[in-house]
Design a protein around this ligand. Structure first.
Ligand SMILES: Cc1cc2nc3c(=O)[nH]c(=O)nc-3n(C[C@H](O)[C@H](O)[C@H](O)COP(=O)(O)O)c2cc1C
Length: 187
């Protein structure tokens, strides 16, 4: 499967960057073909300009060239993955703005939906699982990101994996990197 892997972190050499490396290694080992969208390194502007505002009366509006290029990159892949640090119980702003601008009316929702069968979201967290469960952050994020965005835009098989407690220890991080590779292999 061709998989667009959307990566959003200020540093490629971060722990998240390590998750990206191991996840894509797992994808390749399983015969998939990953394409990486490193939104920060590419300088994607997450602010939605007037050119990319939806026209609610025109589902076939032509969006900016930047958005058309991003839509083309999504379209040439069959599945999606997102690797990101959880910032304030959500995607970081660049991924959020990428969705705001690119997953637009008439293309990802409205008259047309995304054709992708599958999306996997991997979020790294400094919080531990008990804290997430206690305050229902996991559930809140699943409703918002999986139901509210992935399902809403037509991707039926979507799931959010939490990599909790990443500051805990080097051993724990090594386990999580192993898990990232398994997720790639099992994609
Ligand atoms: C702006 C910001 C907001 C954050 N919000 C959360 C949060 O809501 N929940 C959480 O568990 N961790 C939060 N964190 C911690 C990050 O998730 C953590 O630093 C990251 O997953 C570690 O991966 P990295 O070393 O690759 O950056 C936040 C960090 C920053 C910088």
């Amino acid at each position: 499967m061709k998989v667009l892997v959307v990566f959003d972190h200020p540093r490629r050499d971060s722990f998240c960057g390590g998750v990206l490396d191991r996840f894509t290694a797992g994808l390749k080992a399983a015969g998939h073909v990953p394409e990486i969208a490193d939104l920060r390194a590419e300088g994607f502007d997450p602010r939605l300009p007037p050119a990319d505002e939806p026209d609610w009366d025109d589902g076939s509006k032509r969006y900016s060239d930047v958005v058309l290029q991003e839509q083309e990159r999504i379209s040439r892949n069959e599945a999606l993955a997102f690797i990101f640090p959880i910032w304030w119980w959500s995607f970081p702003a660049t991924t959020k703005g990428w969705i705001d601008r690119v997953w637009n009316n008439g293309w990802a929702y409205g008259d047309k939906k995304l054709p992708h069968a599958k999306a996997l979201l991997i979020g790294t967290a400094s919080g531990d699982e008990a804290g997430y469960l206690k305050r229902h952050y996991d559930e809140a994020m699943r409703v918002q990101l999986v139901t509210g965005i992935m399902h809403y835009c037509g991707i039926p098989d979507a799931r959010l994996e939490f990599f909790y407690d990443v500051m805990q220890s080097a051993d724990h991080r090594a386990d999580l990197l192993k898990r990232a590779e398994e997720l790639g292999r099992g994609f």
